[in-house]
Design a protein around this ligand. Structure first.
Ligand code: SF4
Length: 490
């Protein structure tokens, strides 16, 4: 037995009766422990050389982890083999009200991870002390595409669910570029942390590569508690990232949480108001409220006093040990929020109920919100300030434009660039000398270009021809239009 349940719940198992039903329990990544077990049962390995394995010996549970065998890195792992599973025999019949949950359950998605663990690994409610979160190891983008292709060939399905804990933005960027380079016709979705690297341009690139949905945690939707959770994001940042995804046409699902230790009676109301505004403004389309649960392997579970909580029972259970019973010191009663949060969210996801006062969703009296009615809108309307990063990549994902010389009303010679894309035809007028140079240079921007083009290289090449002009050009209306149309800085 291995996988999610043993990895979180059975790490301290001491009830021998489990071994009436299974012979071995392995922890964490399964490949190396299973290979060792196979060698053991075929007589090629001594029992004391097993890896991360519980078993019963002389009527005692023993844990063996003294093998020299190394774990496999992400780059060494093979793809799952579906060749003898007849996927066509399975129907999709579960109907779900929540858009993201129905994405999870409907249809068939090839499952892959692009990285092991979480590159952040800090959130205080999460199992950050366990291998499946804390050990971060990413796969190279070309290898992920090779695996995707193998799975498409095997299953005939081109939809992918990357089941990462929190897919890293840099690797997603490289993966999207690789998918576009190979002209793979795929759709995919994954789980992320709403961090600021998900700029407008990155979201557009991800969309172009087939990304259809993203899920991530806004959690408690409160800056005070997000800090206590060590999520590394603020409500403002989450809002802007969600706006970037939604503007790019990517569905956003948000995990929401209430009942985090120290949460006051006021805070869930303010969180709900922010969530209401996020849905009303259309930057989030799907969500789910979870009640906080303390786990033994999370920073809160390992240091409960710091979070003003007290464990109810210190004794170690003999079987499953993950969810920890606790009580809060001077706590608000979080249970009064459960039903109202659920009901309101259900309605917001359907685009209704935005005008109802928050109190209407609750049977008990709740405090009035202290959040301004345009709190979220202010963040949404704040434009992204382009920052010049010398190492940023510059890419155009469409096809090369055509150019012709035109004379403006003021008798100035200009270059008209015509871009053709799925969304139609776009034209840009640009000063003739810049326009001609850009047309000759355009192949460097294309996804098929053999070399990576960075902003510093682009600037250097530009200034060889127009010394000192780059900054002026880069803030010009023509350059802004070019970026609007799809010249991405990543
Ligand atoms: S909650 Fe998500 S982002 Fe935070 S540590 Fe866990 S996996 Fe990483």
């Amino acid at each position: 037995m291995g996988g999610g349940f043993p990895n979180t719940e059975l790490r301290t198992v001491s009830d021998k009766r489990v071994f009436d039903y299974v012979d071995f329990i392995t922890l964490d990544d399964g490949e190396a422990p299973l290979l060792n077990l196979l060698e053991f049962v075929s007589g090629k390995r001594q029992i004391e050389n097993l890896k991360r394995t519980f078993c019963l010996q002389n009527n005692q549970i023993i844990y063996i982890d003294n093998s020299e065998t190394k774990d496999f890195s992400q780059n060494e792992l093979p793809v799952p083999d579906y060749s003898d599973l007849n996927l066509k025999n399975y129907l999709s019949v579960i109907e779900m009200a929540n858009p993201m949950h129905s994405l999870w359950s409907n249809g068939r998605w090839n499952k892959l991870t692009i990285a092991h663990g979480c590159y952040w690994a800090k959130c205080t409610f999460c199992d950050v002390s366990l291998d499946y979160i804390k050990r971060y190891d990413q796969t190279a983008a070309p290898l992920i595409c090779d695996r995707m292709q193998l799975l498409i060939d095997q299953t005939g399905e081109n939809g992918f669910h990357f089941v990462d804990e929190a897919a890293p933005p840099g690797l997603l960027r490289d993966l999207a570029i690789e998918i576009l380079k190979r002209k793979m016709n795929v759709v995919w979705w994954t789980n992320i942390r709403f961090e600021k690297s998900f700029t407008r341009d990155l979201c557009r690139l991800l969309k172009a590569s087939g990304c259809i949905a993203m899920s991530g945690g806004l959690e408690v939707a409160s800056d005070r508690l997000l800090k206590l959770i060590d999520k590394g994001v603020t409500v403002e940042q989450v809002t802007k990232v969600c706006r970037n995804f939604s503007d790019a046409g990517i569905l956003v699902h948000s995990y929401l949480m209430y009942g985090y230790p120290t949460q006051t009676k006021q805070e869930p109301v303010d969180s709900l108001e922010m969530v209401r505004q996020l849905f009303e403004s259309g930057v989030i389309q799907s969500g789910f409220w979870h009640r906080f649960a303390m786990t033994a392997h999370s920073p809160v579970g390992m240091n409960p006093e710091f979070y003003k909580t007290k464990l109810i029972s210190a004794a170690h259970p003999t079987f499953a040990n993950n969810d920890v019973e606790y009580e809060e010191i001077n706590a608000a009663d979080h249970s009064v929020f459960s039903e109202g949060l659920r009901k309101s969210l259900y309605n917001y996801m359907r685009g209704v109920g935005f005008d109802l006062p928050l109190q209407k969703w609750f049977d008990e009296k709740i405090p009035s919100t202290k959040i301004d009615p345009d709190y979220i809108l202010r963040f949404i309307e704040e434009p992204e300030i382009p920052v010049f990063r010398p190492t940023a990549r510059i890419i155009y994902t469409g096809i090369k434009p055509t150019a012709k010389s035109v004379t403006s009303k003021s008798k100035k010679q200009q270059t008209e660039l015509t871009f053709i894309s799925n969304s139609g035809i776009e034209k840009i007028l640009i000063e003739e000398n810049y326009g001609n140079w850009l047309m000759n240079y355009f192949d460097h921007f294309l996804i098929s270009a053999p070399h990576v083009l960075t902003m510093s290289k682009f600037k250097e090449d530009f200034e060889k021809v127009f010394p000192g002009d780059f900054d002026l050009f880069w803030i010009s209306k023509s350059a802004a239009r070019l970026r609007e149309i799809g010249l991405l800085v990543l």
